[in-house]
Design a protein around this ligand. Structure first.
Ligand code: AMP
Length: 408
């Protein structure tokens, strides 16, 4: 693991997810999470290829949690690979949710870059401040190490104006940055590149639609390696039905619900983000696995939630064919996209108009025996491509570290 090991950090307001990746061997050595930070129940968990564990880190704040993570990693690295983590780490890659229009690619973090991430934080007030805290904590612990920011929005900065502008007074865009940014960019970039490798074609000559279906869901149209449209907007609430998010609703809904329910705007926003989607429709769960089981057992609302999810998804995937002109492949990824044969089949059945015909056996096997393909020969191609955002963040980080060394 010498010289090519990257620590990937995804820092939230009360949690830190991390992964230690050997970019040379393209392997994840350790992954883990610290959660419920600041509370008595704070926990640190980790897993390696063949072992896992957890420990209490009561009341640890972000700094305390990061120190506990480093201690744990030092132990694992020392016992498994020899030497110390700090001696072998080449850099730290941070997931940053919002880069506004300032960041079109992953960027080495300088004080000016950090200030700019803070300046655009009003666009993601729940996420960017936590990401910044993660960067500052890592800088304090590893002052001599290169730190890189990898933005969820960056991949979508290639959207043309007609795709990213809302039909609102133009001044709102100019003065307040109101436009569609899109998210999940790291995942869409990773799976579209992987698809190009799997198809053995250059990604500079491919028209792909990628559906990232996890607890959050978005789809993107990617033409010749560049994102040309996507379903999320100014915030991650726009577009598809998600675990607890509504996706698109009538823009008048805020006022309507505020009047009907006598609640404020913040409560309506909370309802649309936290209590809607699969959870709201089913009244049961935001978890697709649980809904599939409940639906199979005859629960009508669970069935309904799945139906709405797949219908909306299909409609938006069809819309993403517009900027492409053709579809070389449709990609399913994320927890649902990679594992739910039911969702994929239902969605592609709605898309027969675009030439999709599911192969039941390939789909049931999640494409693992057919180079990702889940469609019949002669059909428009649909693929399952497992995502790996941590690997993408690590790859960007090591590339920038190497460039820095070359330039320095
Ligand atoms: P992610 O956010 O990418 O981890 O994805 C989480 C979503 O994937 C949840 O809705 C899970 O229920 C769903 N998921 C994971 N495994 C399966 C599975 N085997 N079948 C259906 N949904 C799954």
């Amino acid at each position: 693991m010498n010289g090519s090991t990257i620590l990937v950090i995804n820092c939230g307001s009360s949690s830190i997810k991390f992964a230690l990746i050997d970019t040379g061997a393209d392997t994840q050595l350790v992954s883990g999470w610290a959660e419920r930070l600041g509370q008595p129940e704070a926990q640190l968990g980790w897993k390696t290829e063949d072992a896992r564990g957890s420990q209490p880190i009561a009341r640890a704040d972000h700094r305390g949690a990061m120190e506990a993570i480093i201690d744990r990693l030092e132990e694992i690295v020392g016992s498994r690979y020899g030497g110390t983590l700090t001696a072998q780490l080449a850099g730290i890659g941070h997931r940053v949710v919002h880069g506004g229009e300032s960041f079109t690619r992953s960027t080495a973090i300088t004080s000016a870059v950090l200030a700019e991430i803070e300046r655009v934080s009003h666009l993601a007030p729940l996420h960017n401040p936590a990401n910044v805290l993660g960067i500052k904590t890592a800088q304090a612990l590893f002052p001599h190490l290169a730190q890189v920011a990898v933005f969820d929005t960056a991949f979508h900065q290639t959207l043309p104006e007609h795709a990213y502008l809302y039909a609102l007074p133009y001044e709102l865009y100019e003065q307040h940055g109101v436009r569609r940014y899109g998210f999940h960019g790291t995942s869409h970039r990773y799976v579209t590149r992987r698809a190009a490798q799997m198809l053995d074609r250059p990604d500079a000559d491919l028209a792909l639609i990628s559906a990232h279906l996890g607890n959050g869901c978005s789809a993107a149209a990617v033409l010749n390696g560049r994102s040309v449209d996507t379903t999320m907007g100014l915030t991650p609430l726009e577009g598809l039905v998600m675990g607890t998010r509504s996706g698109d609703v009538d823009p008048s809904l805020h006022e309507f619900l505020s009047n009907q329910l006598g609640i404020g705007l913040a409560d309506v926003t909370n309802l649309l983000n936290k209590k809607s989607g699969l959870l709201g429709l089913s009244g049961l769960n935001n978890d697709m696995r649980a809904l599939e089981a409940a639906s199979a057992a005859g629960d009508h609302r669970a069935q309904l939630a799945i139906d709405v999810f797949c219908y909306r998804l299909a409609k938006y995937l069809a819309a993403l064919a517009v900027p492409l002109g053709r579809i070389d492949a449709m990609i399913f990824t994320g927890g649902i996209g990679e594992n739910s044969a039911l969702v994929r089949a239902k969605t592609l059945d709605h898309l027969a108009i675009l030439g999709f015909r599911v192969d039941a056996e390939r789909n049931a096997g999640h494409g693992r025996q057919s180079n990702g393909a889940i469609t019949q020969d002669g059909s428009t191609l649909a693929l399952v491509v497992p995502t790996n955002e941590e690997a993408m963040i690590a790859a960007d980080t090591i590339e920038l570290v190497r460039q820095g060394i070359a330039e320095g």
